[in-house]
Design a binder for this molecule. Sequence first.
Ligand code: B1M
Length: 225
Amino acid sequence: MTKEEILKQLAICVERGKVNKTAPFPPDLKEQDGADELTRLALEQGVAADEILAEGLVTGMKIIGVKFRDNKVFVPEVLMAAKAMTAGMNHLRPYFQSGAVKHKGTFIIGTVMGDLHDIGKNLLGMIVEGAGWKIVDLGIDVSAEKFLASLEENPGGFVGLSCLLTTTMLNMEKIVREIKAVKPDTKVLVGGAPVTDDFKSRIGADWYSPDPQGAVDYLNSQMAI
Ligand code: B1M
């Protein structure tokens, strides 16, 4: 296989959620190499880790992110895509950790204080990681203090807050205001089922999107600034 063929097939594997050769899903790709084997093959052929990430894994994840936004695929497909992406990332991670390849930036995410819903936040993390960003996932029930401590450890990081309850929207506002009071230059993104663009503006956050792909688009747009 040529480099181009490997990367194209790798993107298909992520989009379709084909983890490795033995994975039975999706049935039409049965017994074919998955993201695991193809990432390894690309590295063996001397393709740079950042190229494998951008042209293979991220390309596949971007397609699934857009399809998810457009309601053409649903949560299970995104989870399978993330699994395939992880299989590939396992081979690339050492290159990123060694500093040989750079992330686009850091995205610190968490579900706000008082809120335990994390399925949407986890999807957000997978899709943004799939776009080449380092994810620092603080989990659920996260206070302003924890976000601020993480910003100390990750200077210049972007912050993403998720909430699913109308009651915890109040905590979202509190966290945005506390982050802005201490670190006014920090860009804060908000999302979750009850959140709206109007609410985002009222609480002083920088950005809102109903879906993770919007977060990717915003974060990527900020790189050039
Ligand atoms: Co809860 N729950 N829940 N729940 N739960 C809802 C949210 C609810 C709407 C159900 C209902 O009454 N119809 C309701 C909220 C009502 C309201 O506030 N108006 C509710 C309630 C009331 C509660 C409890 C209070 C119930 C109780 O104990 N009496 C309790 C609260 C616990 C707490 O948080 N303190 C509770 C508990 C739970 C479970 C633990 C059982 C479980 C959570 C498990 C988990 O997350 N690990 C749960 C679940 C699963 C749900 C429903 C069924 C599904 C939520 C979900 O995961 N959706 C939900 C009802 C429903 O939505 N049908 C419900 C799928 C997920 C992919 O979507 O999170 O919206 P979502 O994320 C989307 C977008 O919003 C966006 O991207 C994602 C993908 O598109 N997005 C972002 C999210 N964050 C983003 C951030 C971004 C950008 C995009 O940038 C930063």
